[in-house]
Design a binder for this molecule. Structure first.
Ligand SMILES: N[C@@H](CCC(=O)N[C@@H](CS)C(=O)NCC(=O)O)C(=O)O
Length: 232
């Protein structure tokens, strides 16, 4: 990060969509400035800037505001002559289809956070497991999703790969740990420097603390885990 950067990324410490943009910036070694905001108390300047009131927002030094994580990632890739998407139109369109699939998965994960009870949680978990199986069936056994080269598809899924193991641990439910090609792919993605550096070192603790404050079923599980740790 630097102060003289062309790009300012308005962010939140835990937001998975922000992570996609950060991974892209880091993959391409693009300097940027990051501003984390509190989404429970959005600053007025942010509300004036962000058409949907959501992060990430990328502010370019000429004042242009970009929103929607995938639009931001594609733009950063394009203006830096990045190779994070294929050149061939069909191959690129196929990659974008899978990026949409990743976004659907993240939306379901959002619903998991909010599921009020176990039955709702399990219903969403089954939908996610089904998406995991579909991915497994479409994966070749390789490090990365497309032609074994790190791409925006990997960046789009990375935040889900980071979150789901914690949910598996808390709930005792399978999301994807039983799918061998998916597990291998997720590990390669999670070991990538850009992915590691897309969140702060205390991300896992921050995520647990966030979960423990939620009224949802996941919140109950997180509070039970915190309580059992402090009593043991
Ligand atoms: N489709 C958007 C989703 C972004 C999103 O949902 N961001 C969340 C945080 S992870 C947010 O800003 N939520 C605030 C709100 O909805 O009020 C993208 O890909 O950028």
């Amino acid at each position: 990060m630097t102060d003289s950067a062309r790009f300012t990324l308005i962010s939140h410490i835990l937001c998975p969509y922000v992570q996609r943009a950060v991974i892209t910036l880091k993959e391409l070694a693009v300097p940027y400035k990051r501003i984390d905001i509190d989404l429970t108390n959005k600053p007025d300047w942010f509300l004036a800037l962000s058409p949907l009131g959501k992060v990430p927002v990328l502010v370019i030094d000429d004042g242009t505001v970009l929103f929607e994580s995938e639009v931001i990632c594609e733009y950063i890739n394009e203006v830096n002559r990045g190779k994070l998407l294929a050149e061939d139109p069909l191959e690129k369109a196929e990659q974008k289809s899978w990026i949409e699939f990743a976004s659907t998965s993240l939306n379901l994960i959002d619903q998991l956070y909010q599921a009020a009870d176990k039955a709702t949680f399990l219903q969403i978990q089954q939908q996610l497991e089904h998406l995991g199986q579909t991915l497994e069936d479409n994966l070749v056994r390789a490090e990365y999703f497309s032609n074994n080269k790190f791409s925006l598809v990997d960046a789009a899924f990375a935040p889900a790969f980071r979150e789901l193991p914690l949910f598996e641990k808390l709930s005792g439910q399978h999301f994807f740990q039983h799918l061998p090609k998916l597990v291998l792919w997720a590990q390669y993605v999670l070991d990538r420097n850009s992915v590691i550096e897309a969140v702060s070192k205390d991300y896992q603790q921050q995520l647990m603390a966030f979960l423990a404050k939620q009224e949802s079923y996941l919140g109950q599980l997180a509070r039970a885990q915190v309580a059992s740790k402090s009593s043991g």
